[in-house]
Design a binder for this molecule. Structure first.
Ligand code: C2E
Ligand code: MG
Ligand code: MG
Ligand code: MG
Length: 288
């Protein structure tokens, strides 16, 4: 493409670029409509205590049901929403859906904290804190019910601003998690400049934890760093029992992944919960 050809190159018309622009505009329009008509929903994935294997909280993951009823992956539409400014509206919608979910669970006497993902663009936007407050006030919900998952790269792209915002959110009562931890380009020093509660070890390290001693070392280092700072350490992307047991032995506090449960719509999540409560708590004691 002309963009990659360097600044002295002539920008020839490139039909594939044109197509991409058209495609992106279409997706933007469809996404805006989807938010309005309620085709953007949340699925909930359990996080369990690494030792007891009991549910402790969940992560809300956004799902867009397109006109054919198929789910579009957030990996496809989040970047488009981010490039078009739609992400802030989407983010507020996601938070409101999570707030309403928390209220239902609270009314049913089975509230678990809900972790909500925050885009770097939201974090940078001047009215981000205000939008969260607005939704809490509107529905009379408590910040303590929520954890905000912010990626390491989002924080690093503007540490001073991020620290100020994160401090304010933590003071309000939100829990703060650093998502995809270990993949960012960062010094660790930023960890002491504001309050966080949780480190989520990126699933790439979890995937290779059985086969690759580097990944194993990284998991061990993150866990000991996290515990040294008094933080909860969560491993995401746990797909097998072997991984789960190994991560437990490496002292991760909480586990999340397909092995325990996929992201599920509300009804399915509630069923999963009942079933998992019915299961006896088994002992998971393995030698390292
Ligand atoms: P993330 O926050 O790091 O979420 C983890 C992703 O790993 C999710 O993909 C989840 O479905 C997937 N996952 C969970 N367990 C396993 C497992 O055992 N194996 C494997 N291979 N994958 C697993 P998903 O739902 O497609 O979301 C992808 C990314 O999109 C998320 O990464 C997050 O960065 C973003 N995202 C999702 N929902 C939202 C949202 O509401 N707002 C924003 N801003 N971003 C979101
Ligand atoms: Mg996340
Ligand atoms: Mg992650
Ligand atoms: Mg991720």
């Amino acid at each position: 493409a002309a963009k990659q050809a360097g600044k002295n190159a002539v920008a020839y018309f490139d039909p594939s670029m044109q197509e991409e622009v058209v495609m992106r505009n279409q997706v933007q329009t469809q996404l805006r409509t989807a938010i309005d008509v309620g085709d953007v929903e949340l699925h909930y994935q359990p996080k369990v205590n690494a030792t007891s294997r009991q549910l402790v909280s969940c992560e809300a993951l956004v799902r867009w049901r397109d006109s054919d009823g198929k789910f579009v992956s957030p990996q496809t539409f989040i970047p488009i929403a981010e490039n078009s400014g739609l992400i802030c509206a989407l983010g507020e919608h996601v938070f409101e859906v999570a707030v309403k979910q928390a209220l239902r669970w609270n009314a049913e006497g089975c509230l678990v904290p809900i972790a909500v993902n925050v885009s770097p663009i939201q974090l940078r936007s001047i009215d981000f804190v205000e939008t969260l407050k607005r939704q809490l006030d509107k529905h009379n919900a408590k910040p303590e019910w929520f954890e905000l998952e912010i990626t390491e790269n989002a924080i690093m792209s503007n540490v001073d601003h991020s620290s100020a915002v994160i401090d304010e959110l933590a003071r309000m009562g939100f829990r703060i998690a650093i998502d995809d931890f270990g993949t960012g380009h960062s010094s660790l020093g930023y960890l002491k400049s504001f309050q966080v509660h949780t480190l989520k070890i990126d699933l790439s390290f979890v995937r290779d934890v059985m086969v690759d001693r580097f990944s194993r070392s990284i998991v061990r280092s993150i866990t000991s760093l996290g515990h040294g700072l008094g933080l909860t350490v969560v491993a995401e992307g746990v797909e097998t029992e072997e991984q789960a047991n190994h991560l437990q032995n490496l002292h991760c506090d909480e586990l999340q992944g397909y092995f325990f449960g996929r992201p599920m719509p509300e009804t399915e999540f509630n069923q999963w919960r009942k079933q998992s409560l019915a299961q006896p708590v088994t002992q998971h004691i393995n030698a390292v």
